[in-house]
Design a protein around this ligand. Structure first.
Ligand SMILES: Cc1cc2nc3c(=O)[nH]c(=O)nc-3n(C[C@H](O)[C@H](O)[C@H](O)COP(=O)(O)OP(=O)(O)OC[C@H]3O[C@@H](n4cnc5c(N)ncnc54)[C@H](O)[C@@H]3O)c2cc1C
Length: 585
């Protein structure tokens, strides 16, 4: 193999991904004295979900009304339907307070209500707890604030347009990564004793999703191939009120959530009737109260019963809200809606569930360490903290808090270690580098990976979506195997130039197929309905399933195991022992 055209780099800590989790990890590791490289397949801080977040950031600041992290923790566990990893949930709720105050100190611009931070109520929270940046500007503000801090830090090496293709493992320990510069096609080898995976979620696996293109679950595939375990992969959150109709340009499909936080809004079936109470939930007279898993279930069951809206969802109506109130809450947005021909005082819009977030992910302990020494994970890439269903607003708090923790842990781990030497790294990287450089079939003979991705998204939506059955999940696994056969092992190449979208599609699809299989296998194994995992053939909760599932993948073989949910002693939490005493237990 010719290694001359390979760009070699070295770091103490390599952070993969530059969303909220990645930037937080990079900052913490750099401040702890590590040499940090942060690589992202997109522009730094501008890809992934963080920059898209709309409004809520859940944290028990007690600014709007008295609050305590223990109440937030109790709500998180309740929403997680018994499956939350309690040390991780506790880290999120308790240390989340410091993270969100830190962001405030960095000038993120949390909305204020008089002389305190404004906190909105969101479903599943027992009190107003979500800070935000008006108007639908939370994600961009969080991303910009962290980006500014990264720039001020001055020592973090930022590499945009870099796809991390695979991790290097030496004697069971992390040794670095192989990467591809997407614009030039240049192959890279990055030596690092510690790597933080902060690649976000997997919702691109689904046909109807709120994701950007870079959310195909790369981090889960990287972790699996490196020998780490995943946890609770079956729990994909469908956001119930994704925009469906009429056509809407220039908005995110989940934009109606903030409207519901501020204005309530009525969820109606195709006959104009309120329906959530039919499914065992209190009618939403007091505003927006039904959690995401429950609302998704209710909407899809109404559609199944033939009571959906014309486009196949439910109506969301703000017609009862006076125009002045609408304008006060969403002034500039109301104007943009008018440009789309939408007047909320006169018409309802149609909404339906859309794949949005992943509760499962890479299994970590409370230091964010995986099973593989040197490998850490943070943010949505991590599984377990939110159990079977996530509360609104927990994800941004999770991204920043877990990111900071992962950065600190990775830096402490890397402190006494040198990167593996170049010759050894060349040997470890050789198979992947050779794969990336291999002569491929003529484009005409190459599989059309983009078309296969669309097929996969259809399969996942149909068989591994909000409602699942044994027959459907088995069908999904057969079709995933078939797609793998069609894709083959050799990477295709376009005939023109170094920038090679066909090759990137194929790399993406390799990962997406592995991750899709992980979701389908876990879903097939869990024979009950809990939170975001609803089995038509096993309706209802089953106490025998109050456990987590882990998955590992070695030499093409899957191992699925059940494990007890990690709990904390409630007596210690009531007594107020601090995180260091309880969380590390
Ligand atoms: C539309 C939308 C609205 C949301 N609104 C809210 C909200 O209001 N409140 C809330 O709490 N949560 C919200 N969420 C969820 C929340 O935004 C995410 O869970 C959170 O931002 C995830 O942060 P992260 O840093 O883990 O991942 P991301 O922000 O997704 O960042 C992952 C990064 O990894 C990069 N990457 C991926 N693979 C590779 C690879 N192989 N090599 C290199 N780089 C790679 C990506 O390019 C991306 O930049 C929303 C999500 C969406 C999609």
């Amino acid at each position: 193999m010719n290694t001359e055209d390979i760009l070699n780099m070295e770091a103490d800590v390599l952070v993969v991904g530059s969303g909220g989790a990645g930037m937080s990890a990079a900052l913490a590791a750099s401040q702890a004295g590590s040499r940090v490289v942060m690589a992202d397949r997109s522009l730094i801080s501008r890809g992934g979900a963080t920059v898209m977040a709309q409004m809520t950031v859940a944290v028990a600041l007690g600014e709007q009304v008295p609050d305590d992290w223990r109440y937030h923790y109790a709500d998180t566990l309740k929403a997680g339907r018994g499956l939350c990893n309690e040390p991780l949930a506790r880290l999120l709720c308790e240390k989340g307070i410091d993270s969100i105050r830190l962001m405030d100190g960095w000038g993120v611009g949390w909305a204020r209500d008089g002389n305190h931070l404004a906190q909105a109520i969101a479903p599943g929270h027992d009190r107003p707890r979500c800070v935000y940046v008006d108007y639908l500007n939370t994600g961009p503000a969080v991303a910009k604030t962290l980006r500014t801090q990264v720039v001020h830090d001055g020592r973090i090496q930022r590499l945009g347009d870099i796809l991390i293709v695979d991790l290097l493992v030496e004697d069971g320990r992390i040794a670095g990564a192989v990467a591809l510069h997407l614009t030039t096609g240049q192959r890279m080898l990055i030596r690092a004793p510690a790597v933080v995976i902060a690649t976000g979620g997997l919702t691109r696996l689904y046909k109807r999703n709120s994701a950007s293109l870079n959310m195909g679950g790369d981090g889960y595939a990287l972790a699996l191939r490196a020998g780490a375990r995943l946890i609770d992969m079956e729990f994909v959150q469908f956001f119930p009120i994704g925009h469906l109709a009429p056509r809407l340009v220039g908005f995110d499909p989940i934009m109606w959530d903030p409207f519901r936080y501020k204005l309530g809004g009525r969820l109606l079936n195709g006959l104009g009737e309120e329906f959530v109470e039919k499914y065992g939930h209190a009618a939403e007279q007091e505003g927006y109260t039904v959690t995401r898993d429950a609302a998704t279930y209710a909407i899809l069951k109404e559609v199944e019963a033939g009571r959906g809206s014309p486009a196949g969802g439910a109506y969301l109506s703000f017609q009862h809200v006076p125009e002045a109130e609408l304008r006060k809450a969403f002034g500039p947005i109301i104007k943009k809606l008018a440009a789309n021909g939408i007047d909320l005082t006169k018409m309802p819009i149609e909404v339906s569930p859309i794949a949005h977030y992943h509760m499962g992910g890479i299994r970590v302990d409370v230091t964010m360490a995986t099973d593989v020494p040197g490998l850490y994970a943070a943010g949505e890439a991590v599984g377990g903290a939110n159990g079977a269903n996530r509360l609104s607003g927990n994800a941004i708090t999770e991204a920043i808090t877990f990111g900071l923790q992962a950065g600190r842990s990775a830096a402490a781990y890397a402190q006494t270690l040198l990167p593996v030497d170049q010759a050894r790294a060349d040997t470890l990287a050789a198979p992947t580098l050779a794969w990336l450089a291999a002569k491929s079939p003529a484009p005409a003979k190459s599989p059309n990976a983009a078309a296969l991705i669309v097929k996969l998204q259809d399969i996942m939506q149909t068989y591994v979506g909000p409602f699942r059955t044994e027959a459907g999940l088995e069908q999904a696994l057969r079709e995933i195997a078939q797609l793998r056969g069609e894709l083959g092992d050799v990477l295709p190449a376009a005939s023109t130039g170094p920038q090679d979208p066909m090759r990137v599609d194929a790399l993406d699809l390799h990962n997406m197929l592995l991750v899709a299989e992980a979701v389908a296998r876990s879903a097939l194994s869990r024979r009950e309905s809990r939170g975001a995992h609803q089995r038509d053939d096993y309706p209802g909760l089953d106490d025998a399933w109050v456990l987590n599932q882990t998955l590992s993948w070695r030499d093409g073989q899957w191992t699925l195991a059940k494990q007890a949910v990690e709990r904390l002693d409630p007596a210690l939490i009531q007594a107020g022992a601090n995180f260091e005493q309880v969380g590390q237990a």
